[in-house]
Design a protein around this ligand. Structure first.
Ligand code: OSB
Ligand code: MG
Length: 355
């Protein structure tokens, strides 16, 4: 799927995304899920290649012809498959879509979400120059986004953030390093403490919960973990270690929507606010993120932007647009609440496997 504009993080620039869709047919219904693995192992060790393999050869064969009752039953059945959370989450999403359709309830209702719309922001990739960055941010603010996240990396951190903060003194601003620093290099970020940022996301390695705890002590600004929180257990470790004051929940990274819900509840009990991250999903994954983000402890704006920010042609009849108050409405129809345009899927299909 070609992106409307390239997206650059500390681990690289992409112009298009490989999206694996999972379609499950059961009891006359069709459920859809999206696996958010990228083509390259930059954000996660999983790639679209490994997810394809794990799905086709391990996860899906465990399910075909079985009576899978719900997400917890699914997690129990795939528990002996180590890791590969993004692959698992793609299937769990399709199961939730089926469950919702069968019970004629939206995912928001199944999750117990209260809000009909959720506050959102936009995640802005690294740009070639600070001037282009400012132009890009300005356009998003004109579009109506009231919260902006900047991608940073060593050498493109304090300066870039300062340019945006000076131009927009009152916008809700945060940064995301995607693990580009170490405990030794991260003090270069200390000047960010004066920029009134909502948070600093994942400065250190994904397996470095302990060093994040040491780093948080040096900063007034809350550190927020993304890559490190790969399960509810890891969320508990981070909370007990005080490795962060805010958690980014990407349900896929945690192993599925049910696991994202558990992280939400753990954080709520610990008094730690959460927000919903994004993986440049198509409208299929976006629908599930919106449902999750309708829960009460998602108290910071989500990385869920309008459909037009991602793809010229998305995969569903529905289009998600930004409301004037920088929110996006949560789907209300049963299941994911979106209707997949099959001809659109065909148009972008590179490979298909039926099990
Ligand atoms: O770290 O949050 C991240 C996209 C791909 C991989 C990692 C990240 C992101 C984003 C995009 O920031 C957020 C979005 O979907 O709009
Ligand atoms: Mg992130």
């Amino acid at each position: 799927m070609p992106l409307v504009s390239h997206f650059e993080t500390s681990f690289g620039r992409i112009f298009e995304r490989d999206c694996i869709l999972v379609e499950i047919q059961s009891e006359g219904l069709t459920g859809w899920g999206e696996c958010v693995a990228d083509r390259d192992p930059g954000y996660s060790y999983e790639t679209s290649g490994t997810a394809w393999h794990i799905l086709k050869d391990f996860i899906v064969p465990l399910l075909v012809g079985q009576q899978v009752t719900d997400a917890h039953d699914f997690q129990y059945r795939v528990a002996n498959i180590r890791g590969h959370h993004l692959a698992k989450a793609g299937v769990e999403m399709a199961l939730w879509d089926l469950l919702g359709q069968r019970e004629k309830k939206s995912l928001r209702e199944l999750f117990g979400g209260q809000r009909g719309s959720v506050p959102v922001g936009v995640s802005v990739g690294l740009q070639d120059t600070p001037e282009i960055l400012l132009e890009t941010v300005s356009k998003y603010i004109e579009d109506g986004y009231r919260r902006v996240k900047l991608k940073i990396k060593p050498g493109r951190d304090v300066g870039d953030t300062q340019v945006v903060r000076r131009a927009f003194p009152h916008i809700q601003l945060q940064v995301d390093a995607n693990s580009a620093y170490t405990l030794e290099t991260a003090p270069a970020l200390l000047p960010l403490d004066d920029f009134d940022l909502l948070l600093i996301e994942q400065p250190l390695f994904d397996d470095d919960t302990w060093d994040h705890a040491r780093l948080q002590k040096l900063f007034k600004t809350p550190i927020c973990l993304d890559e490190s929180i790969v399960s509810p257990r890891h969320a508990r470790y981070a909370l007990e270690m005080q490795a962060c004051r805010i958690v980014n929940i990407k349900p896929a990274r945690c192993g599925g929507l049910s696991q994202g819900l558990e992280v939400h509840d753990l954080c709520e009990q610990a008094g730690i606010p959460v927000w919903c991250g994004g993986m440049l999903e198509t409208n299929i994954g976006r629908a599930s993120n919106l449902a999750l983000a309708s829960l009460p402890n998602f108290s910071l704006p989500a990385d869920i932007s309008a459909s037009a920010r991602y793809y010229h042609e998305d995969l569903t009849e529905e289009t998600f647009s930004l409301n004037p108050d920088s929110t996006i409405s949560v789907p209300e129809k049963p299941g994911l609440g979106v209707t997949v345009i099959r001809s659109r899927v065909e148009k972008f299909t590179l490979a298909r496997v039926v099990v």
